[in-house]
Design a protein. Structure first.
Length: 87
């Protein structure tokens, strides 16, 4: 199945105009970038552990993917209130 899709995509490339080819290039680069960034991050963490600077690398909690709604606040901005309370 994946091979058929790949062949169909590759056969369409010669008929694409310049703008469409750029869109394809951006899509491919965006798809590949996170993987290379993750590899760089893993190598960095491995180097930290190997050097003895850190003993453990904690992972970030996985987002639940829920879109949260903003809360409407009346009065001054919350940041301003926090600053005033700290004085």
């Amino acid at each position: 199945m994946a091979e058929a899709v790949l062949q169909r995509v590759l056969s369409e490339i010669p008929v694409l105009d310049q703008h469409e080819l750029q869109q394809v290039q951006w899509a491919v680069q965006a798809r590949l970038a996170p993987q290379s960034q993750a590899q760089k991050r893993r190598a960095f963490y491995h180097a930290l552990r190997a050097s003895g600077l850190v003993r453990q690398i904690k992972t970030h909690p996985v987002s639940d993917g829920v879109q949260r709604q903003l809360v409407q606040v009346q009065g001054p901005p919350v940041s301003q209130t926090i600053i005033e309370e700290r004085r």
